[in-house]
Write a protein that binds this ligand. Structure first.
Ligand SMILES: Nc1ncnc2c1ncn2[C@@H]1O[C@H](COP(=O)(O)OP(=O)(O)OP(=O)(O)O)[C@@H](O)[C@H]1O
Ligand SMILES: [Mg+2]
Length: 509
């Protein structure tokens, strides 16, 4: 028996130069998880922003419980029982977690006076519902992106919503946190709530979704029960062409030359990484696996000169180097694509072209004149290679879809042509087709003798792209997998939790 909660009929929405939605319809049943899939720029977020009152559709209608509704603001959406977790959450960093959750609706003692005790209790109660162990008084700025994402989820639930839209909720979560989120989703589904779930991760969709709607170029391709779909079917319907492999073939590494050697590296801050040693060879891709808290990002930031080192040595081509700033690292031919590039990477007012070439402006400078032609050529090339969906390279980057912004930033670092490129979660938020393009570009770099360090929390990517894998656990190196033939998810997970098990065994004893 079906029990329809939401119908979006014939929705059309255009932006200057782009038809974002072209006659799209979507029907969502009560108590189900409905996945929305499609390549970067397919129109997923735009459709959801129409539902949440951020955009007003040009034409079409929305029915809630069979009644037509007009949604002109997020507040109206929330009043109607629709809440949304955004692709890019922006916590008010100096405010407490509790204040972030109840912003705009603080409980009051008397009008104008906030009842802090009540707010703290409400937050605790809410967090209990979703098994979150965070002190409501913590300042939001102290939380990592992934933990704040869980807070955002709790906040969405707090509106007593009938429909919760989750736009790539797991893009900054690790596998363990994803498991936690799925428990919450299953509970919400049992309570009769409908969840609209956007993700690029096939494995997740097949695990959690009841129904899947696939979009392509602003149109709806179709809707299917998840049980009738496979990864290959989804990919084919998403990209509209055959995509036989998800990973390009590995480049045969022939050199044993060590370009970067790290010995006994220990962070200045006490709860970070300790005694990390590894070697990076010319033309290889060294993957770094691990769970949240493994200190992988901290490690590469220290190597890049963004964090202090208490002891240990870094050798570049056999010479000791001291990277005390990103500038010296760049001089040594090391580049870093950071994990939180949405927050730190893009320059929203600038165009796609400016954002692409900014790390590399000097290459396009002749005397004091920057060659416009060359800049644009470089940017156009990048747009083609990575299939970035944008009306032109002069479009403001903020108008691109989330995934396409990511591609611009990846392109920026690929353009700088460094000897050693460190990539922190390089394909987060990027669709399968474009992932393949990025892997191909990475493989091409190794073919030219460049070396890559790649942090990845996506298991298939870590296993499918790396030549060797170093697994970290709680700030220490837990082990290496030295040959693709011995790569397995089980082995990575075993190493990623190895010290933790020892510790809990100790505690149990
Ligand atoms: N505010 C805006 N102004 C102009 N164009 C926009 C705006 N928002 C979205 N677009 C365009 O509409 C199209 C659909 O974008 P949308 O964000 O819905 O994609 P998406 O499916 O969510 O992609 P992703 O997987 O990358 O998040 C894209 O071509 C995008 O550039
Ligand atoms: Mg989106």
């Amino acid at each position: 028996m079906t029990d329809t909660l939401l119908q979006m009929n014939h929705i059309t929405k255009t932006f200057p130069g782009v038809v974002a939605l072209d006659d799209v319809s979507l029907t969502v049943e009560r108590g189900t998880v409905h996945a929305l899939m499609g390549e970067n720029g397919a129109g997923k977020s735009t459709l959801m922003k129409c539902l949440f009152g951020i955009y007003r559709e040009d034409s079409g209608e929305i029915l809630l419980d069979a009644h037509p509704v007009v949604i002109n603001s997020a507040k109206q959406a929330l009043d109607l029982g629709i809440s949304m977790i955004h692709q890019e959450p922006h916590p008010v960093r100096f405010r407490s977690v509790a204040e972030n959750v109840w912003l705009g609706r603080f409980p009051q003692l008397i009008p104008g006076v906030v009842n802090h005790r009540k707010m703290r209790e409400m937050t605790q109660e809410l967090f209990k519902r979703v098994d979150l162990d965070i002190d409501p008084d913590t300042t939001a700025g102290e939380l990592s992106a992934s933990v704040f994402q869980l807070v955002e989820i709790a906040k969405a639930i707090s509106y007593d919503a009938k429909i919760i839209i989750m736009d790539e909720p797991t893009s900054s979560l690790t596998e363990a946190e994803v498991g936690h989120l799925f428990e919450i989703i299953n509970r919400l589904r049992d309570e009769g709530i409908a969840i609209i779930y956007i993700s690029h991760k096939m494995e997740e969709i097949l695990k959690i979704a009841d129904e899947v709607t696939i979009m392509r170029d602003g149109k709806r391709v179709g809707t299917w029960p998840a049980s009738e779909l496979t990864t290959d079917l989804i990919i084919n319907r998403m990209v509209g062409r055959e995509l036989t492999n998800r990973f390009p073939p590995r480049h045969e590494r022939r050199s044993d030359e060590v370009v970067l050697k790290v010995e006994g590296l220990t962070a200045t801050s006490p709860r970070s990484f300790t005694d990390v040693s590894f070697e990076l060879r010319k033309g290889e891709i060294l993957g770094i696996g691990g769970l949240v808290g493994a200190q992988r990002t901290e490690l590469v930031e220290a190597i890049f000169g963004l964090r202090g080192i208490a002891s240990g040595t870094i050798y570049k081509d056999g010479q000791v180097i001291r990277n005390d700033s990103p500038k010296t690292s760049k001089k040594h031919g090391i580049a870093l694509l950071t994990e939180e590039r949405r927050a730190t990477g893009i320059i929203p007012m600038l165009s796609v072209c400016d954002n692409t070439v900014i790390a590399n402006a000097r290459r396009y400078a002749r005397g004091f004149v920057i060659s416009e032609v060359q800049r644009h050529e470089a940017a156009e090339q990048e747009v083609r290679d990575l299939r970035i969906k944008t009306p032109s390279t002069d479009t403001e980057i903020a108008d691109l879809s989330g995934g396409n912004q990511q591609k611009v930033l990846v392109g920026r670092w690929l353009l700088t042509d460094p000897e050693i490129l460190i990539l922190d979660e390089p394909t987060r938020g990027i669709d399968v087709g474009a992932k393949y393009e990025i892997y191909t570009l990475i493989q091409n770099l190794t073919r030219q003798g460049k070396s890559i360090i790649m942090i990845s929390s996506e298991m298939p990517e870590l296993l499918g792209v790396s030549d060797r894998i170093m697994v970290m656990c709680e700030g220490r190196v837990a082990g290496f997998l030295n040959d693709p033939s011995e790569f397995s998810q089980v082995e990575v997970m075993r190493l990623a939790t190895s010290f933790m098990t020892q510790q809990s065994e100790k505690e149990a004893a």
